[in-house]
Write a protein that binds this ligand. Structure first.
Ligand code: GGG
Length: 357
């Protein structure tokens, strides 16, 4: 029997609620599978840790995480810690420190969940957004000087490297190739951002030659927002820079019903380090502790984790249960229902236990 060592970092706000629900659901999946077990270790890092220690995680945090097969993450952000401190001190530090350069964000409309798009049915929106996850607008390059004076200056420098762009482009073309439509849209803003984004376009052309079976096109990010709303059926795999894909994937989450259903995987495709799986949503302090956070995104990201660990049947089992529960109308308020986090979790566990195979 294989054992996978999983580090969980529930962190802030609704993070602990959805991660503890996710662990219960993973336990139910594990009970139905013969081949593996999950060994869980929880790390209490995040904004409360910051208040005690002055850092979001220990100095050797990434070294500790390297001992695990995967990381299951909740959410970061607290009203008591500036967002740029909490984000850079935890989530981005892990993504960059473990070179999780491919951020994979699938979007689908589950049966039973209403989309704001008027004439689209479940199954007709089925996208994967690939976000470059370690550089670009999130390189962290820049600074401030003459603080508080009228001549104050702040720079925020986007850094795009050929290595960084080429590897994410190859990853995105490979994902597109693995999907039935074999269709990739490369999103940039190369009319206005005339250096880094033009390099993105050039590298897309170069990499495309190695994927002649993938049909691909290019879009400017502003036009892409309109296309996602007005022609959602014509899209499949989408690749974009760190910031652009972050924005597009929030839109994708909203179009598939709620950010509460949108998962994300921070992948090191070379498997040198553990990859990290989390709901796209943040800490949502406005609903923390109310028991109404939607756990579906955390469950779906747990399924991504199972796939990544090499347990696709277990991942499929979990996603099947999500579809059944959503279709049955057991939904949290963000997707129009009145069920609690616990009720959705129980329903998913029961569905996993009842499934035939
Ligand atoms: N679970 C995702 C999360 O906690 N996100 C917090 C956040 O603010 N992320 C910003 C970003 O990824 O750009």
């Amino acid at each position: 029997m294989k054992t996978y060592n999983i580090a969980t970092i529930p962190a802030d706000g609704i993070g602990p609620e959805v991660i503890s629900a996710g662990l219960r659901v993973l336990e139910a999946v594990e009970e139905r599978e013969d081949g593996f077990r999950l060994q869980i270790e929880t790390f209490g890092w995040g904004s409360d840790y910051f208040k005690q220690h002055g850092a979001m995680m220990p100095a050797d945090g990434n070294k500790q995480l390297k001992a695990f097969d995967a990381i299951y993450f909740g959410a970061v952000g607290s009203p008591e810690v500036p967002d740029h401190i909490s984000l850079w001190g935890l989530r981005l530090r892990i993504c960059q420190g473990l070179d999780q350069y491919a951020n994979v964000r699938p979007s689908r409309i589950f049966p039973g969940i209403r989309t704001p798009l008027s004439d689209i049915r479940p199954g007709e929106l089925d996208w994967v957004i690939v976000r470059e996850n370690t550089e670009g607008e999130y390189s962290g390059a820049g600074g401030r000087c003459h603080r508080g004076f009228s001549e104050e200056v702040a720079t925020e420098v986007s850094i795009f490297t050929r290595t960084g762009v080429e590897r994410i482009m190859r990853y995105a073309f490979a994902i597109a190739r693995s999907r039935p439509k074999k269709l990739l849209t490369v999103v940039t803003k190369s009319n206005a951002q005339r250096h880094g984004m033009v390099m993105w376009d050039e590298i897309a052309e170069e990499v495309a030659r190695d994927f002649p079976d993938v049909c691909w096109d290019r879009m400017l990010v502003d036009a892409m927002t309109a296309r996602m709303v007005l022609q959602p059926r014509g899209l499949d795999t989408i690749v974009a820079s760190n910031l652009h894909a972050d924005i597009l994937s929030d839109l994708a989450g909203a179009l598939s019903g709620s950010l509460g259903v949108a998962p994300t995987a921070n992948i090191d495709p070379e498997l040198r380090f553990p990859s990290m799986f989390e709901p796209i949503h943040g800490s949502a302090f406005d609903i923390a502790g109310k028991g109404i956070a939607n756990p579906i995104a955390a469950f779906w990201s747990a399924a991504q984790m199972l796939d990544h660990l090499g347990e696709p049947c277990a991942g499929r089992r979990l996603v099947d249960a999500l579809e059944i529960v959503c279709e049955s109308g057991i939904l949290t308020p963000d997707v129009g229902g009145n069920a609690s986090t616990d009720e959705v979790t129980e329903a998913v566990i029961n569905s996993i236990r009842r499934a035939n195979a």
